[in-house]
Design a binder for this molecule. Structure first.
Ligand SMILES: [Zn+2]
Ligand SMILES: [Zn+2]
Length: 204
């Protein structure tokens, strides 16, 4: 059996091109997590690592063991998956997804990111980091501003095929989102097309 190894999400090959989701019609992944097809496609990278780690172990016990370790010991995908299996003891929803007032969820969400600064610096690619961020934020959308949620929804299909946006592209996309131009951004076939949208004159 292939064991997952840190960092994570590398057991399965990524799709080479962005396709339309057969269920929701949007670029595959954009419907995460509400659309089951989008969710299954994205989650497959997490599930593959989790299944390989689990073997015949009890899922709940393994989840507790993974969360008891410092970030970086297990693949980040397995830490994320364990969070999904353990309800928050304070607010009872999926751990790290409760509303902004739940400190237990906030702590769990922050702890998972310690990975980046832990024992394996730079072992996670920028694309993997962004993919993980997209999934974490879309699963906890009530904790975030709508512009932030829309941003990650827009970029997820392109992250899935391995494309990584630049800081300047992210800034431009967020500016366009704040200007209410989600629908135009959603038509774009990549970050370059999104950022190439022209500015509109002020409309009074
Ligand atoms: Zn879909
Ligand atoms: Zn909570």
């Amino acid at each position: 059996m292939v064991r997952p190894y840190p960092p994570g999400a590398r057991l399965l090959a990524r799709p080479e091109v962005v396709r339309a989701c057969a269920s929701c019609g949007d670029p595959l992944g954009r419907g995460y997590p509400g659309c089951t097809t989008c969710a299954d496609t994205v989650d497959a990278y997490w599930r593959a690592d989790w299944d390989a780690l689990r073997g015949d172990d009890d899922e709940r016990e393994l989840a507790a063991a993974v969360l008891a370790e410092v970030a970086g010991v297990y693949p980040w995908t397995c830490t994320d998956w364990a969070l999904r299996l353990v309800p928050c003891p304070a607010c009872r929803v999926e751990l790290a997804t409760g509303d902004a007032g739940c400190l237990t969820c906030s702590r769990a969400d922050q702890a998972r990111w310690a990975w980046d600064h832990g024992g394996m610096p730079k072992a996670m690619t920028a694309n993997e980091h962004a993919l993980r961020m997209a999934v974490a934020i879309l699963r906890a959308s009530t904790r975030r501003r709508s512009t932030v949620v829309s941003f990650w929804r827009l970029v997820l299909p392109f992250l899935l095929v391995g494309d990584t946006f630049t800081t300047a592209q992210a800034r431009r996309i967020k500016t366009l989102l704040l200007a209410g131009r989600y629908d135009e951004l959603a038509e774009a076939r990549g970050y370059a097309e999104m950022t190439a949208l022209p500015d509109l004159p002020w409309r009074g």
